[in-house]
Write a protein of this length. Structure first.
Length: 102
């Protein structure tokens, strides 16, 4: 079983390959908005591990998934902080008897 950490570029690429087949390097580049060099580096790493196979044609390079036993590990964290409100409500605006209105 191959363990891939959640939230990484490897996870995004593997999930994209699983969803859409056949897929090319150019398709991944368009969908993830990442440079071709970074994608090729990750794909070559996967090819060395025996996870994928790159099939080069004259004008395109297709990616074929050889293994399907992936396990995505790690906590999924929310990228944006969520502000939780307490149960207290502000009092409704009423008459103000402060110094300003003496």
């Amino acid at each position: 079983m191959i363990e891939i950490v959640n939230g990484t570029l490897e996870e995004q690429i593997i999930k994209l390959i699983q969803k859409t087949y056949p897929i090319t390097i150019k398709d991944i580049e368009k969908k993830l908005h990442i440079s071709r060099d970074m994608i090729v580096r990750v794909l070559q790493k996967f090819q060395i591990k025996g996870v994928i196979q790159l099939e080069s044609l004259p004008n395109k390079t297709y990616i074929r998934l050889l293994r399907k036993d992936f396990r995505f590990v790690g906590k999924k964290r929310q990228r944006k902080f969520v502000k939780h409100h307490s149960g207290k409500k502000k009092p409704p605006p009423g008459k103000y008897d402060g110094i300003m209105y003496s």
